[in-house]
Write a protein that binds this ligand. Structure first.
Ligand SMILES: [Zn+2]
Length: 336
């Protein structure tokens, strides 16, 4: 199987985790922001992780190096535009990029400014590189409820202009989802599709809460579901979709090895599983790399690869016509 040439979908992709290292260095210089170094090769050592097992907290620390470049229109627009180019190069024909507007603000730059600039970058990128994409706005576990409610309101406002859903991101081990229930109640009321990062740590309870309390139809990671067979049946019956990110799970120490990942178990249990990159620049991977890894480690057959892509096509938060087009395309997929 030529997995690079295969058209693909990435549903779990963080905009700020996809910034090219060279772009961080260039923007740092242009904007006069202090970085550990302005040499892209050297900077990679600060922002990228190797395949060693580390903690989620340590993984998230990599982002702190370049957070100061985020609250600028030129940053948001450029990184959104470049992500379209990077996806096109990897034959990702549709992706849903997510970011937390609350982490992109300064006294001179609002959450709404960040959304407007990113959407403009995606608009130009889709036009120039022939890819399609949607934007998911992330509520964040460690920010205030007020900011998360505001994020949902902004998602509603920009829904016709590229925003397709809402997420909850951040450190699951340190910050529970419960205090942010109000934001998700509003998203349900406004009928905004919901995905939530849950079960990346040890607790299957976080998955139960995300699906049955907050109304998530997709779960980011969900690795700890393997420890709760009853919940596994319940979410399978409900049709919950799992956004699996293998390399990320390895690097955050969610699993000790790729072989120890419940990916194969989830496939065999007929869960609706998809394969995604999470933070391709931090992890130094492409979606092709992730498919190659899965095919190699879990001996995926062509029909299983097609099944993963069909699951993704049917789970997109974009409009129904897009879902139909993508489903049609992957139903008739030929493998080179
Ligand atoms: Zn993620």
């Amino acid at each position: 199987m030529n997995l690079k040439a295969l058209p693909k979908i990435d549903l779990h992709l963080h905009l700020d985790g996809a910034i090219r290292v060279a772009t961080i260095a260039e923007l740092g210089e242009e904007l006069g922001i202090r970085l550990p170094t302005y040499d892209a090769k050297e900077l990679a050592k600060f922002v990228q992780v190797d395949r060693d097992c580390r903690s989620l907290t340590d993984f998230l620390k990599r982002f702190e190096v370049f957070y100061p470049i985020l609250p600028f229109a030129q940053t948001q627009e450029r990184i959104a535009y470049e992500l379209c180019e990077d996806c096109a190069r990897d034959n990702v024909i549709y992706f849903e990029a997510r970011f937390a507007p609350a982490l992109c603000t300064s006294p001179k730059f609002t959450m709404e400014d960040a959304i407007v600039a990113a959407l403009e970058g995606f608009r130009r990128g889709q036009r120039d590189f022939g890819v399609r994409c949607g934007t998911i706005l992330c509520c964040y576990r460690s920010v205030s409820v007020r900011e998360n409610v505001e994020t949902v309101k902004l998602a509603h406002k920009y829904r016709g202009q590229g925003v397709v859903g809402i997420d909850l991101a951040g450190d699951e081990n340190k910050f529970p989802a419960a205090p942010h229930a109000e934001a998700f109640a509003l998203a349900r009321k406004l009928e905004i599709p919901i995905t939530i990062h849950a079960g990346e740590g040890n607790s299957p309870e976080n998955i139960r809460e995300a699906v049955f309390t907050h109304g998530a139809t997709r779960i980011g990671h969900g690795v700890s579901l393997q420890h709760d067979p009853e919940l596994l049946k319940a979410v399978r019956d409900r049709g919950t979709v799992f956004e699996i990110c293998l390399t990320s799970n390895l690097q955050t120490c969610t699993v000790p090895s790729v072989q120890a990942h419940p990916f194969r178990k989830f496939l065999d249990e007929k869960l609706r599983v998809t394969l995604n990159t999470d933070d391709p620049a931090i992890s130094n991977i492409t979606l092709t790399d992730e498919f190659e890894l899965a095919v190699r480690e879990f001996r995926l057959k062509p029909a299983e690869v097609r099944g993963l892509l069909l699951n993704a096509a049917q789970a997109v938060f974009g409009e129904v016509s897009l879902q139909r087009d993508l489903t049609e395309r992957f139903t008739h997929l030929k493998f080179g």
